[in-house]
Design a protein around this ligand. Structure first.
Ligand code: GLU
Ligand code: ASP
Length: 496
């Protein structure tokens, strides 16, 4: 985007009106709040919906397969951000992408709200994957568009936005999870209502609050290119459909093949990104060094998100199967545990922000923060093996163990997640800056693609081995990262 256009966009946005921030932040805050409400509300009960017996209102899918599907789903949701970012850049701009995305997501939740079959579930999955790919990276891009390059409020804006994400993620499992005992479909229905409210806020306030932000198409396809593009996409879709139509009935393309395929893509896509960024003639020598510095950070982020995201799969299953749910006189829904991570984020984010300011120049470098993040993630898994170590795997454990584990992972999340995106923006070469939002989400995508394989090894009998091996590996990696962090810092060429 040229400097002139950037300037024009910023001038078109009312610069005050929401806690000293542009009013547009209100619009984006609540759009993303409700989108995350619907996403995390749905995820909080989806895993149970899949593996509960049909007699309990579920789909009766095998437990480990359900955990794999949850992971694949999460991987695809973040991978599709590449398509969403591309469409915004070249076809219709970020604002329309957010709108279309919201519609698809709402339809996806409606598909789950209607009592149906496994096929309805897959239809919903396609809608939500594409919808989130359109909405999630683009809504964050619009946040950035409202501020001029040297506006000191920019970082604070992203912190406020991050609070919105976690507030949505906090209340959703409580509300949606409470409906689960009546009917899963009622819960999914509430997720659909949430996305609907988000869309209403977006549509009703965007004209007044966002000005030109989100309307600009930075690199539009020409008429001819568009034609070529649609022809190519149609050919690819038809070829894939034909291949699947032959392979599926022949039993050569099973769900496991699909899980493996996404696993491979999860690793291949970021690798290709790094390769292209490194080799591009538009990348300067300093930028090339920064790309190298980013690789170990990206790997640490993958390992971190692999553990953090298992909070919604393996630990959700642990809450359901291994935890006393009658506690202090109340019956706890296993879905409620999903509120703990965002709750701790909301409570602790201001503490961490204060801590970094207080430490000033003495605060850990970016690589050290990543290493700390990974260390806490590993520790959270080691902690959750203790109850079985102490009391065996036959007795139910106190829910406080899970509370402790979610708490520890958040200590790591606050070291890694808020710096992750800005580190990505700073370390990615200029020529690739439009894609950096998607690049950062690819760490979560790769993490969950790997999880789809890992979770197959989980069972109450292997539980200690499982948590110990993954947690231990994360801690060892974090120590290695810590040891090489001065070297990484050097490769970052002045970026702090
Ligand atoms: N939980 C955050 C969100 O939903 C982080 C996303 C990620 O990078 O995985 O926005
Ligand atoms: N902490 C996650 C993200 O920042 C939300 C969650 O896992 O529930 O928003």
């Amino acid at each position: 985007m040229s400097g002139l256009n950037k300037q024009k966009i910023v001038e078109s946005v009312p610069q005050k009106g929401f806690f000293g921030h542009p009013k547009g932040l209100f619009t984006l805050f609540f759009t993303e709040f409700w989108e995350r409400f619907s996403y995390y509300g749905m995820r909080a009960i989806l895993v149970f919906y899949m593996y509960y017996e049909v007699s309990e209102g579920g789909l009766g899918i095998d437990e480990n397969l359900a955990l794999s599907i949850m992971s694949i789903y999460g991987a695809l949701v973040y991978m599709s951000g590449i398509i969403g970012g591309w469409m915004a850049d070249r076809l219709f701009g970020t604002s329309k992408a957010v709108f279309y995305g919201g519609i698809l997501i709402m339809l996806g939740h409606i598909a789950l709200a209607v009592p149906g079959s496994v096929s309805m579930f897959f239809v919903s999955m396609v809608l939500i994957v594409l919808g989130t790919g359109l909405l999630k990276p683009n809504v964050s891009t619009v946040v950035g568009e409202m501020y001029s390059e040297n506006d000191t409020r920019r970082d604070a804006a992203f912190s406020i936005f991050y609070m919105g994400i976690n507030m949505g993620a906090f209340i959703a499992p409580l509300l949606v999870g409470s409906l689960m005992k009546y009917s899963f479909h009622l819960g999914f229905g509430l997720a659909a209502v949430g996305m609907f409210l988000g869309l209403v806020i977006f549509v009703a306030t965007k004209k007044k609050n966002l000005g030109l932000a989100g309307t600009y198409v930075p690199n539009p396809l020409t008429g001819n290119e568009k034609k070529k593009f649609f022809i190519r996409v149609s050919i690819v879709v038809v070829v894939i459909a034909i291949i699947l139509a032959v392979l599926i009935p022949a039993g050569m393309f099973t769900f496991n093949t699909f899980i493996n395929l996404v696993g491979i893509l999860g690793i291949l896509i970021p690798t290709a990104y790094f390769f292209v960024m490194y080799r591009s003639p538009k990348t300067t020598p300093d930028e090339r060094s920064r790309v190298i510095a980013y690789i170990p950070l990206f790997i640490a982020a993958v390992m971190f998100w692999a553990i953090q995201e298992q909070g919604a799969t393996i630990l959700a299953n642990y809450a359901d199967k291994r935890t006393q749910l009658e506690f202090a006189g109340i019956t706890i829904s296993p879905a409620w545990f999903q509120s703990l991570n965002p709750l701790f984020i909301i409570l602790l984010a201001p503490v961490f922000a204060w801590l970094w300011v207080k430490l000033g120049d003495r605060q850990p470098s970016i690589p050290k923060k990543f290493s700390l993040g990974l260390f806490f993630a590993g520790l959270s898994f080691v902690v959750i093996l203790l109850p079985s170590y102490i009391g065996g795997t036959d007795t139910l454990v106190s829910p406080l163990w899970l509370v402790l584990s979610y708490f520890i992972v958040v200590l790591g999340e606050l070291c890694l997640s808020p710096v992750g995106l800005s580190a990505t923006t700073k370390l990615a070469p200029q020529a690739f800056s439009a894609q950096t939002m998607s690049l950062w989400f690819l760490a979560s995508a790769a993490a969950q693609a790997i999880n789809a394989q890992l979770v197959k090894f989980y069972s109450p009998e292997t539980e200690m081995m499982y948590f110990g091996a993954i947690g231990g590996l994360a801690m060892v990696l974090s120590l290695i990262l810590f040891a090489i962090s001065p070297k990484i810092q050097g490769l970052m060429k002045g970026i702090k």
